[in-house]
Design a protein around this ligand. Structure first.
Ligand SMILES: [Zn+2]
Length: 274
């Protein structure tokens, strides 16, 4: 995806923010839905260029009035420009009820299962904790489209940073999506995913594979997060090793919760329970 355009075969448009990076891929995808009154999902940057870019996309859709901003979660590459867009357009800003006090300028909140009307249809809120405890995806049932934020990315995997990030909840939040009728996933970063169930299953399987690797490392005598990370993430660029350590820690927290692993003063050990 690059800059602003329509999602193919769709009335949905997007504008990709100029914040490319290891974690953000080409930049954050900011989506627009509606006809005359537009709903925007995520606003990454407050720069003039970014706000202008979103408004231009809204104008390409009809009336061009932006009435609502929905935020998938509180990380700055998803909400950093929301207040600026609100100030420019008068749009109302919403976020998960769990994060009602995390940002200034919030006008409304939502929780799992809530319906949010937009000009042209309805979105339902799917609470997907894991990457961030208040993370929400938005499901457009008529279009069988899910806006996934950072829960699922167009390429690579998302980081689960403890203590707010939670691997057990993350895997559960992936499994929960399999119950939806889906034709495509529109991620917060990277390209549209046309094989939703394949991607969701791949994501679940990837995490379970990592969990098996972590258990194997502990069996082989590794004890610390850095030892385990060095064993497993052999092809990972140095810049991403701290993110990899977060993931290993998140797996260990999950395994401790399941009593398969015990945390000791000098590291982690298997308990022998399986
Ligand atoms: Zn992000």
């Amino acid at each position: 995806m690059s800059k602003g355009r329509a999602v193919s075969n769709s009335t949905i448009r997007y504008f990709t923010a100029a914040n490319p990076g290891y974690m953000t891929l080409e930049g954050t995808n900011q989506y627009l839905l509606g006809k005359d009154e537009i709903t925007v999902i995520d606003v990454a940057l407050s720069s003039r260029e970014n706000i202008d870019g979103i408004i231009e996309q809204a104008e390409a859709m009809g009336g061009g009035k932006i009435e609502k901003i929905l935020l998938t979660h509180i990380h700055s590459d998803h909400c950093g420009g929301a207040l600026a867009l609100k100030k420019r357009t008068g749009a109302k800003m919403g976020i998960s009820r769990l994060r009602a006090n995390a940002l200034s300028g919030i006008d409304f909140t939502y929780a799992d299962g809530d319906a949010i009307a937009y000009d042209g249809g309805e979105l339902s809120v799917v609470h997907t904790p894991g990457h961030e405890s208040g993370h929400c995806c938005f499901y457009e049932g008529k279009l069988k489209t899910l806006f996934t934020g950072d829960h699922i990315l167009g390429r690579g995997t998302t980081v689960i940073p403890p203590p707010d990030g939670d691997m057990a909840l993350y895997i559960h939040s992936l499994e929960k999506l399999l119950a939806l009728e889906l034709r495509r996933l529109l991620p917060g970063h990277g390209p549209t995913i046309g094989d939703p169930y394949g991607k969701i299953r791949e994501y679940i399987e990837h995490r379970l594979m990592r969990e098996r690797q972590v258990l194997k490392c502990l069996q082989d005598g590794c004890q610390t997060i850095s030892e385990i990370t060095a064993q497993i993430y052999t092809d990972t660029p140095p810049a991403l090793m701290s993110m990899a350590e977060f993931s290993v820690e998140a797996h260990l927290v999950k395994l401790v919760g399941e009593r398969k692993v015990k945390k000791k003063s000098d590291g982690y050990r298997l308990t022998g329970e399986r």
